[in-house]
Design a protein around this ligand. Structure first.
Ligand code: MRU
Length: 367
Protein backbone atom coordinates (compact mmCIF):
# COMPACT_ATOMS: atom_id res chain seq x y z
CA UNK A 1 0.00 0.00 0.00
CA UNK A 2 1.49 3.36 -0.96
CA UNK A 3 1.75 6.24 1.51
CA UNK A 4 -0.95 8.03 -0.45
CA UNK A 5 -3.51 5.23 -0.07
CA UNK A 6 -2.73 4.28 3.52
CA UNK A 7 -3.41 7.61 5.21
CA UNK A 8 -6.66 9.13 6.25
CA UNK A 9 -7.98 12.26 4.60
CA UNK A 10 -8.56 13.80 8.04
CA UNK A 11 -6.99 13.01 11.42
CA UNK A 12 -6.21 14.70 14.71
CA UNK A 13 -2.84 15.30 16.34
CA UNK A 14 -3.72 15.64 20.03
CA UNK A 15 -0.22 16.75 21.09
CA UNK A 16 -0.31 19.74 18.76
CA UNK A 17 -4.09 20.18 19.08
CA UNK A 18 -4.07 20.19 15.26
CA UNK A 19 -6.35 18.85 12.54
CA UNK A 20 -4.20 17.18 9.87
CA UNK A 21 -5.64 17.18 6.35
CA UNK A 22 -4.59 15.94 2.92
CA UNK A 23 -4.41 19.21 0.95
CA UNK A 24 -6.95 18.45 -1.79
CA UNK A 25 -6.34 21.76 -3.57
CA UNK A 26 -2.96 20.42 -4.68
CA UNK A 27 -4.04 17.00 -5.92
CA UNK A 28 -3.40 15.30 -8.29
CA UNK A 29 -0.18 17.24 -8.88
CA UNK A 30 1.24 17.23 -5.33
CA UNK A 31 0.51 15.10 -2.27
CA UNK A 32 0.86 17.20 0.87
CA UNK A 33 -0.62 17.60 4.33
CA UNK A 34 -1.79 20.75 6.05
CA UNK A 35 -2.13 21.06 9.84
CA UNK A 36 -4.60 23.60 11.20
CA UNK A 37 -3.82 24.61 14.77
CA UNK A 38 -6.81 26.81 15.55
CA UNK A 39 -10.57 26.30 15.00
CA UNK A 40 -10.75 29.39 12.75
CA UNK A 41 -8.02 27.94 10.51
CA UNK A 42 -9.93 24.64 10.49
CA UNK A 43 -13.11 26.41 9.36
CA UNK A 44 -11.08 28.21 6.69
CA UNK A 45 -9.73 24.84 5.43
CA UNK A 46 -13.35 23.74 4.90
CA UNK A 47 -14.27 27.06 3.25
CA UNK A 48 -11.30 27.12 0.85
CA UNK A 49 -11.74 23.39 0.04
CA UNK A 50 -8.40 22.22 1.39
CA UNK A 51 -10.78 19.54 2.67
CA UNK A 52 -14.07 18.88 0.85
CA UNK A 53 -16.66 16.15 0.52
CA UNK A 54 -19.48 15.67 3.00
CA UNK A 55 -17.97 13.04 5.34
CA UNK A 56 -14.49 14.56 5.34
CA UNK A 57 -15.96 17.97 6.18
CA UNK A 58 -18.03 16.32 8.92
CA UNK A 59 -14.96 14.77 10.55
CA UNK A 60 -13.04 18.03 10.15
CA UNK A 61 -15.83 19.98 11.83
CA UNK A 62 -16.00 17.42 14.68
CA UNK A 63 -12.25 17.67 15.24
CA UNK A 64 -12.46 21.46 14.89
CA UNK A 65 -15.00 21.62 17.70
CA UNK A 66 -12.80 19.41 19.90
CA UNK A 67 -9.81 21.57 18.98
CA UNK A 68 -11.66 24.76 19.90
CA UNK A 69 -12.91 23.22 23.17
CA UNK A 70 -9.40 22.05 24.11
CA UNK A 71 -7.95 25.51 23.46
CA UNK A 72 -10.21 27.07 26.11
CA UNK A 73 -8.39 28.11 29.28
CA UNK A 74 -10.32 28.32 32.56
CA UNK A 75 -12.98 26.42 34.49
CA UNK A 76 -16.05 28.66 34.14
CA UNK A 77 -18.74 26.57 32.43
CA UNK A 78 -20.76 29.63 31.36
CA UNK A 79 -17.81 31.23 29.56
CA UNK A 80 -16.91 27.84 28.08
CA UNK A 81 -20.46 27.48 26.66
CA UNK A 82 -20.18 30.94 25.05
CA UNK A 83 -16.84 30.01 23.50
CA UNK A 84 -18.28 26.73 22.17
CA UNK A 85 -21.17 28.57 20.54
CA UNK A 86 -18.65 30.71 18.59
CA UNK A 87 -16.64 27.63 17.53
CA UNK A 88 -19.83 25.80 16.49
CA UNK A 89 -21.10 28.71 14.39
CA UNK A 90 -17.79 29.22 12.60
CA UNK A 91 -17.52 25.54 11.63
CA UNK A 92 -21.21 25.00 10.81
CA UNK A 93 -21.34 28.00 8.47
CA UNK A 94 -18.13 27.24 6.55
CA UNK A 95 -20.03 25.52 3.71
CA UNK A 96 -23.81 25.39 3.73
CA UNK A 97 -25.06 22.50 1.57
CA UNK A 98 -23.61 19.39 3.24
CA UNK A 99 -25.45 18.43 6.41
CA UNK A 100 -22.68 16.14 7.72
CA UNK A 101 -20.74 18.96 9.46
CA UNK A 102 -23.85 20.02 11.38
CA UNK A 103 -24.71 16.41 12.30
CA UNK A 104 -21.09 15.88 13.38
CA UNK A 105 -21.03 19.04 15.51
CA UNK A 106 -24.34 18.10 17.13
CA UNK A 107 -23.07 14.63 17.99
CA UNK A 108 -19.93 16.07 19.64
CA UNK A 109 -21.97 18.62 21.62
CA UNK A 110 -24.40 15.91 22.77
CA UNK A 111 -21.52 13.75 24.02
CA UNK A 112 -19.99 16.72 25.85
CA UNK A 113 -23.18 17.38 27.79
CA UNK A 114 -22.40 14.35 29.99
CA UNK A 115 -19.40 16.23 31.47
CA UNK A 116 -19.78 18.42 34.52
CA UNK A 117 -16.46 20.28 34.31
CA UNK A 118 -14.63 22.05 31.49
CA UNK A 119 -11.83 19.46 31.62
CA UNK A 120 -14.18 16.47 31.32
CA UNK A 121 -16.12 18.13 28.51
CA UNK A 122 -12.86 18.81 26.66
CA UNK A 123 -11.90 15.14 26.92
CA UNK A 124 -15.41 14.02 25.86
CA UNK A 125 -15.25 16.32 22.82
CA UNK A 126 -12.16 14.65 21.44
CA UNK A 127 -13.51 11.15 22.15
CA UNK A 128 -16.71 12.02 20.30
CA UNK A 129 -14.85 13.50 17.32
CA UNK A 130 -12.70 10.35 17.07
CA UNK A 131 -15.88 8.28 17.25
CA UNK A 132 -17.45 10.26 14.40
CA UNK A 133 -14.34 9.65 12.26
CA UNK A 134 -14.29 5.92 13.06
CA UNK A 135 -17.99 5.65 12.32
CA UNK A 136 -17.48 7.37 8.97
CA UNK A 137 -14.98 4.67 7.98
CA UNK A 138 -17.22 1.87 9.31
CA UNK A 139 -20.25 3.27 7.48
CA UNK A 140 -18.40 3.50 4.17
CA UNK A 141 -17.09 -0.05 4.58
CA UNK A 142 -20.64 -1.31 5.22
CA UNK A 143 -21.88 0.59 2.12
CA UNK A 144 -19.33 -1.44 0.18
CA UNK A 145 -20.85 -4.69 1.47
CA UNK A 146 -24.44 -3.64 0.73
CA UNK A 147 -23.64 -2.21 -2.70
CA UNK A 148 -21.43 -5.04 -3.97
CA UNK A 149 -24.37 -6.91 -5.58
CA UNK A 150 -24.96 -4.05 -8.01
CA UNK A 151 -21.44 -4.39 -9.48
CA UNK A 152 -21.08 -7.84 -11.11
CA UNK A 153 -18.05 -8.77 -13.19
CA UNK A 154 -17.72 -6.54 -16.26
CA UNK A 155 -19.79 -3.60 -14.94
CA UNK A 156 -19.29 -0.22 -16.59
CA UNK A 157 -19.93 2.49 -14.01
CA UNK A 158 -20.54 6.22 -14.25
CA UNK A 159 -19.77 8.44 -11.26
CA UNK A 160 -19.92 12.19 -10.74
CA UNK A 161 -17.61 14.48 -8.76
CA UNK A 162 -15.71 12.77 -5.95
CA UNK A 163 -17.49 10.68 -3.35
CA UNK A 164 -14.36 8.61 -2.80
CA UNK A 165 -12.03 8.25 0.15
CA UNK A 166 -10.94 11.87 -0.26
CA UNK A 167 -14.53 12.96 0.38
CA UNK A 168 -14.59 10.92 3.61
CA UNK A 169 -12.13 9.87 6.29
CA UNK A 170 -11.33 6.80 4.19
CA UNK A 171 -12.91 4.32 1.70
CA UNK A 172 -15.58 6.70 0.30
CA UNK A 173 -19.31 6.15 -0.19
CA UNK A 174 -19.82 5.85 -3.96
CA UNK A 175 -16.42 4.22 -4.33
CA UNK A 176 -16.97 1.68 -1.52
CA UNK A 177 -18.84 -0.91 -3.67
CA UNK A 178 -16.40 -0.24 -6.53
CA UNK A 179 -13.41 -0.94 -4.28
CA UNK A 180 -15.18 -3.99 -2.81
CA UNK A 181 -15.92 -5.40 -6.30
CA UNK A 182 -12.34 -4.69 -7.41
CA UNK A 183 -10.98 -6.45 -4.30
CA UNK A 184 -13.25 -9.43 -5.10
CA UNK A 185 -11.49 -9.74 -8.46
CA UNK A 186 -14.36 -8.42 -10.59
CA UNK A 187 -13.46 -6.47 -13.70
CA UNK A 188 -14.96 -2.96 -13.73
CA UNK A 189 -14.54 0.15 -15.75
CA UNK A 190 -15.36 3.51 -14.16
CA UNK A 191 -16.23 6.59 -16.19
CA UNK A 192 -15.41 9.69 -14.13
CA UNK A 193 -17.36 12.80 -15.09
CA UNK A 194 -14.77 15.56 -15.06
CA UNK A 195 -17.23 17.67 -13.00
CA UNK A 196 -16.74 21.25 -14.04
CA UNK A 197 -16.10 23.78 -12.75
CA UNK A 198 -13.65 22.46 -10.11
CA UNK A 199 -13.08 19.11 -11.81
CA UNK A 200 -13.15 16.90 -8.71
CA UNK A 201 -13.88 13.91 -10.99
CA UNK A 202 -10.92 14.50 -13.30
CA UNK A 203 -8.51 15.41 -10.52
CA UNK A 204 -9.59 13.55 -7.36
CA UNK A 205 -11.67 10.50 -8.37
CA UNK A 206 -9.30 9.68 -11.22
CA UNK A 207 -6.31 10.06 -8.85
CA UNK A 208 -7.90 7.75 -6.27
CA UNK A 209 -8.84 5.11 -8.82
CA UNK A 210 -5.30 5.19 -10.27
CA UNK A 211 -3.87 4.70 -6.79
CA UNK A 212 -6.17 1.72 -6.27
CA UNK A 213 -5.51 0.24 -9.71
CA UNK A 214 -9.15 0.46 -10.83
CA UNK A 215 -9.51 0.87 -14.63
CA UNK A 216 -11.18 4.16 -15.48
CA UNK A 217 -11.55 6.94 -18.05
CA UNK A 218 -12.28 10.61 -17.51
CA UNK A 219 -15.13 11.92 -19.65
CA UNK A 220 -16.32 15.45 -20.36
CA UNK A 221 -19.50 16.15 -18.41
CA UNK A 222 -21.45 16.31 -21.64
CA UNK A 223 -20.38 12.84 -22.84
CA UNK A 224 -22.48 10.72 -20.46
CA UNK A 225 -25.71 10.85 -22.51
CA UNK A 226 -23.91 9.64 -25.61
CA UNK A 227 -22.30 6.72 -23.74
CA UNK A 228 -25.65 5.76 -22.21
CA UNK A 229 -27.36 5.86 -25.61
CA UNK A 230 -24.70 3.52 -27.01
CA UNK A 231 -25.16 1.04 -24.15
CA UNK A 232 -21.75 1.71 -22.62
CA UNK A 233 -22.91 2.44 -19.05
CA UNK A 234 -24.57 -0.20 -16.85
CA UNK A 235 -24.99 1.67 -13.58
CA UNK A 236 -24.58 5.17 -12.09
CA UNK A 237 -23.45 5.70 -8.50
CA UNK A 238 -22.93 9.03 -6.74
CA UNK A 239 -22.56 10.32 -3.20
CA UNK A 240 -24.58 13.10 -1.59
CA UNK A 241 -24.17 16.19 0.53
CA UNK A 242 -27.66 15.97 2.03
CA UNK A 243 -30.47 13.45 1.66
CA UNK A 244 -33.88 14.44 2.99
CA UNK A 245 -35.20 11.65 5.20
CA UNK A 246 -38.76 12.94 4.71
CA UNK A 247 -38.81 13.00 0.89
CA UNK A 248 -35.76 11.10 -0.39
CA UNK A 249 -34.52 14.14 -2.33
CA UNK A 250 -30.75 14.24 -2.83
CA UNK A 251 -28.50 17.30 -2.90
CA UNK A 252 -25.22 16.57 -4.60
CA UNK A 253 -22.63 18.23 -6.85
CA UNK A 254 -24.07 20.31 -9.66
CA UNK A 255 -24.78 18.08 -12.64
CA UNK A 256 -26.02 15.11 -10.62
CA UNK A 257 -29.66 15.88 -11.48
CA UNK A 258 -28.80 15.96 -15.20
CA UNK A 259 -27.19 12.51 -14.93
CA UNK A 260 -30.20 11.13 -13.04
CA UNK A 261 -32.56 12.38 -15.78
CA UNK A 262 -30.36 10.78 -18.43
CA UNK A 263 -30.16 7.51 -16.50
CA UNK A 264 -33.97 7.37 -16.17
CA UNK A 265 -34.33 8.06 -19.93
CA UNK A 266 -32.08 5.07 -20.64
CA UNK A 267 -33.43 2.84 -17.81
CA UNK A 268 -30.01 2.66 -16.17
CA UNK A 269 -30.06 2.14 -12.37
CA UNK A 270 -29.04 5.25 -10.43
CA UNK A 271 -27.74 4.69 -6.87
CA UNK A 272 -26.86 7.19 -4.14
CA UNK A 273 -24.42 5.97 -1.46
CA UNK A 274 -24.40 7.69 1.94
CA UNK A 275 -23.30 7.25 5.55
CA UNK A 276 -26.00 8.03 8.12
CA UNK A 277 -24.48 11.47 8.79
CA UNK A 278 -25.74 12.63 5.36
CA UNK A 279 -29.40 12.24 6.35
CA UNK A 280 -31.38 15.36 7.20
CA UNK A 281 -34.56 14.52 9.14
CA UNK A 282 -35.70 18.12 9.53
CA UNK A 283 -36.15 19.79 6.16
CA UNK A 284 -39.51 19.12 4.52
CA UNK A 285 -38.68 19.75 0.87
CA UNK A 286 -35.70 19.98 -1.45
CA UNK A 287 -36.27 23.66 -2.21
CA UNK A 288 -35.35 24.39 1.44
CA UNK A 289 -31.83 22.96 0.99
CA UNK A 290 -29.27 25.79 1.03
CA UNK A 291 -27.42 25.66 -2.29
CA UNK A 292 -23.93 27.11 -2.15
CA UNK A 293 -23.33 29.80 -4.77
CA UNK A 294 -19.61 29.87 -5.51
CA UNK A 295 -17.35 32.45 -7.14
CA UNK A 296 -17.91 33.04 -10.85
CA UNK A 297 -14.15 32.76 -11.33
CA UNK A 298 -14.43 28.97 -11.12
CA UNK A 299 -16.64 28.87 -14.21
CA UNK A 300 -14.75 31.52 -16.14
CA UNK A 301 -11.37 29.82 -15.79
CA UNK A 302 -9.57 26.60 -14.89
CA UNK A 303 -6.59 25.46 -12.84
CA UNK A 304 -3.86 23.25 -14.23
CA UNK A 305 -0.14 22.57 -14.28
CA UNK A 306 1.48 23.85 -17.50
CA UNK A 307 3.74 21.31 -19.24
CA UNK A 308 7.24 21.41 -17.75
CA UNK A 309 6.13 23.29 -14.61
CA UNK A 310 5.33 21.98 -11.13
CA UNK A 311 2.93 24.56 -9.76
CA UNK A 312 -0.70 24.88 -10.75
CA UNK A 313 -1.72 28.08 -12.51
CA UNK A 314 -5.10 29.54 -13.27
CA UNK A 315 -6.04 30.46 -16.82
CA UNK A 316 -9.08 32.33 -18.07
CA UNK A 317 -11.17 30.34 -20.56
CA UNK A 318 -14.21 32.55 -20.96
CA UNK A 319 -14.76 35.71 -22.92
CA UNK A 320 -13.21 38.62 -20.95
CA UNK A 321 -15.93 40.68 -19.34
CA UNK A 322 -18.64 37.98 -19.46
CA UNK A 323 -20.10 37.16 -16.05
CA UNK A 324 -21.01 33.66 -14.83
CA UNK A 325 -23.39 31.89 -12.48
CA UNK A 326 -21.98 29.10 -10.30
CA UNK A 327 -24.41 27.07 -8.16
CA UNK A 328 -22.35 24.32 -6.51
CA UNK A 329 -25.10 21.72 -6.03
CA UNK A 330 -28.45 20.57 -7.36
CA UNK A 331 -31.32 18.49 -6.00
CA UNK A 332 -32.40 15.20 -7.55
CA UNK A 333 -36.01 14.11 -6.88
CA UNK A 334 -36.67 10.73 -5.31
CA UNK A 335 -38.45 9.32 -8.37
CA UNK A 336 -35.18 9.36 -10.37
CA UNK A 337 -33.26 7.35 -7.77
CA UNK A 338 -33.25 3.55 -7.89
CA UNK A 339 -31.91 3.08 -4.38
CA UNK A 340 -30.07 4.74 -1.50
CA UNK A 341 -27.19 2.54 -0.33
CA UNK A 342 -26.65 3.08 3.40
CA UNK A 343 -24.58 1.25 6.02
CA UNK A 344 -27.71 -0.61 7.17
CA UNK A 345 -29.12 -1.63 3.79
CA UNK A 346 -30.46 -0.36 0.47
CA UNK A 347 -33.74 1.57 0.46
CA UNK A 348 -36.04 3.23 -2.01
CA UNK A 349 -35.65 6.97 -1.33
CA UNK A 350 -39.38 7.32 -0.50
CA UNK A 351 -38.99 4.61 2.17
CA UNK A 352 -36.34 6.44 4.23
CA UNK A 353 -38.87 8.12 6.52
CA UNK A 354 -40.61 4.83 7.30
CA UNK A 355 -37.23 3.27 8.04
CA UNK A 356 -36.01 6.17 10.22
CA UNK A 357 -35.68 4.04 13.35
CA UNK A 358 -33.03 1.94 11.59
CA UNK A 359 -31.37 4.96 10.01
CA UNK A 360 -30.64 7.06 13.08
CA UNK A 361 -33.64 9.37 12.67
CA UNK A 362 -35.60 8.01 15.65
CA UNK A 363 -35.88 11.46 17.28
CA UNK A 364 -37.19 13.12 14.09
CA UNK A 365 -40.53 14.85 14.71
CA UNK A 366 -43.45 13.34 12.82
CA UNK A 367 -45.26 15.63 10.39
O1 MRU B 1 -17.90 20.74 -3.45
P1 MRU B 1 -17.43 19.39 -2.95
O2 MRU B 1 -16.24 18.86 -3.66
O3 MRU B 1 -17.31 19.37 -1.45
O4 MRU B 1 -18.69 18.48 -3.31
C1 MRU B 1 -18.63 17.09 -3.15
C2 MRU B 1 -19.77 16.46 -3.82
O5 MRU B 1 -20.81 17.05 -4.02
C3 MRU B 1 -19.64 15.09 -4.23
O6 MRU B 1 -20.44 14.88 -5.37
C4 MRU B 1 -20.00 14.07 -3.22
O7 MRU B 1 -20.81 13.10 -3.75
C5 MRU B 1 -20.69 14.54 -2.02
S1 MRU B 1 -19.57 14.37 -0.76
C6 MRU B 1 -19.60 12.68 -0.44
Amino acid sequence: MSRETSVRTVRFDSRQNAVVLIDQRRLPHEFQFVATTDFRETAEAIRDMTVRGAGAMGATAAYGLAQGARAFRGSDLGRFAGHLATVYRELAEARPTAVDPVNALDSVLAAMSAGTTVATQQALALDAAERFAEEDVAHCTAIGRHGLKFFPDGTRVLTHCNAGRLAFVDVGSATAPIYAAHAAGRRLHVFCDETRPRCQGASLTAWELSQAGVPHSIIADNAAGHLMQRGEIDVVIVGADRVLGRTGEVANKIGTYTKAVLAARHRIPFYVAIPLSTLDWNLRRGTEIPIEERAEDEVLGAWGVPTGKRRAERVRIANPGSPARNPGFDVTPAELITGVITPVGVFRPEALWKMRHRLGGETAQTR
